[in-house]
Design a protein around this ligand. Structure first.
Ligand code: PMP
Ligand code: GLU
Length: 399
């Protein structure tokens, strides 16, 4: 007998992970797939971080840690937030979890009651809406398109907030669009939040260091709302540490306490060895971050140039950060493949590209933006050249 709770049945599976899984399955069958679906740095974790993990094992850092994480790691995070973001926290306001994903979900679970509304500007990363559904909350999505640079305006935010709004989820630099809110734009959003004292902001800053336009700006910097902002970050993207699973929340102490209570019953503190590695990432030399950022910037220029040149049917906005391009693909919808199947939406197109061109992408619908496609360019120049050439061939054979 299978018996699945309503709670889990109400959720959709992660489309990014599903597409990546599909791509791995095809690869296992011997098919040469170029995987532009999952977003993760293709670089090895820097050596000094790996060494710290080996040392942690030799030093017997192999026991349960404090539930919110080793004190020394939380101190390193407090120093990082001070040094890089000029945000002031006490260690009691930091909780370390199993990646940024875990802490995002823990915060949602800790503040959202059934029926509470959570405002999510779209396109948004696949997991936000599902986390809100898991908590029994009501996702209130606000559409933004390519014409408005995929950014929610202050007017749109104001219009989406009601007396039932508990949380606003923001992501800058953004997955899936790569756009970055300027300080001015964040100030305008902060001014809206200031007028609604019951509303908190969950600010996902996991792509902080993958920024091609300037210094990172956090909405946590605005004094009037600072005590209602929860900053989410971690080591996955900046230090090429996706598999180590270390992320954190920084927010009001009462919330850190609630999240710690949840973790205490649900997961305990995360891997002691990965925590020591993350501490080395924050305390060690930072040159590796810049080296990887430069590589992503070069690849951004490469893929945007190749797509504009070879696949002019796509409408490509040059991203400011993260490692995704999010072209509009509506010009290709309503077409037919050489074997007679119709491409009616972005899901059909993503499946066609996987099947025919052996290029894995993610449909924009998974991010609440039908008519777009997400391509991750966190891969080699050769892969990018090959992928775009294959996409161009497949697209040109559509009728
Ligand atoms: N937020 C966004 C916007 C992401 O793209 C990701 C990557 N999956 C995460 C959070 C989660 O990152 P982590 O690996 O730290 O869980
Ligand atoms: N951030 C990545 C992505 O969006 C990782 C996969 C996931 O956790 O969704 O592809």
């Amino acid at each position: 007998m299978e018996y699945i709770s309503e709670r889990i049945r109400a959720m959709a599976p992660s489309a990014t992970l599903a597409m990546s899984q599909k791509s791995s399955e095809l690869k296992a069958q011997g098919i040469d797939v170029v995987n532009l679906s999952v977003g993760e740095p293709d670089f090895a974790t820097p050596d000094h971080i790996k060494l710290a993990a080996k040392q942690a094992i030799d030093d017997n850092c192999t026991f349960y840690t404090a539930v919110p994480g080793y004190l020394s790691l939380r101190e390193a995070i407090v120093e990082k937030l001070e040094r890089e973001n000029h945000l002031h926290y006490d260690v009691s306001q930091i909780v370390v979890g199993n990646g940024a994903k875990h802490e995002l979900c823990n915060v949602v679970m800790s503040v959202v009651n059934p029926g509470d509304e959570v405002v999510i500007p779209m396109p948004a990363w696949v997991s936000y809406v599902q986390m809100v559904i898991l908590a029994g909350g009501v996702p209130v999505t606000v559409s933004t398109g390519l014409e408005q640079g995929f950014k929610v305006s202050a007017e749109q935010l104001e219009a989406a907030i009601t007396p039932a709004t508990r949380l606003v989820m923001l992501c800058s630099p953004s997955n899936p669009t790569g756009v970055i809110y300027t300080r001015d734009e964040l100030a305008q959003l902060a001014a809206v939040i200031e007028r609604h004292p019951g509303v908190m902001v969950l600010s996902d800053e996991i792509y902080e260091h993958i920024n091609y336009v300037g210094k990172h700006e956090s909405i946590g910097q605005f004094e009037a709302i600072a005590d209602r902002v929860i900053v989410i970050n971690g080591v996955s993207k900046a230090y090429a540490m996706t598999g180590w699973r270390i992320g954190y929340m920084a927010g009001p102490q009462w919330l850190a306490k609630a999240v710690t209570k949840l973790q205490g019953q649900y997961t305990s503190g995360v891997s002691s060895i990965a925590q020591k590695a993350a501490e080395a990432a924050y305390r060690g030399p930072q040159q590796c971050v810049e080296t990887m950022r430069l590589a992503f910037e070069r690849r951004r220029d490469l893929i945007v140039g190749l797509l504009r040149e070879q696949v002019p049917q796509l409408q490509v906005l040059k991203p400011d950060g993260a490692f995704y391009v999010f072209p509009r693909v509506t010009a290709l919808l309503g077409t037919t493949t050489a074997s007679g199947e119709s491409i009616t939406d972005d899901n059909d197109l993503a499946m066609y590209l996987l099947r025919e061109a052996h290029v894995a992408t993610v449909a924009g619908s998974a991010f609440g933006a039908p008519g777009y496609l997400r391509l991750s360019y966190a891969t080699s120049d050769d892969n990018l050249r090959e992928a775009v050439a294959r996409i161009a061939r497949a697209v040109n054979s559509l009728k």
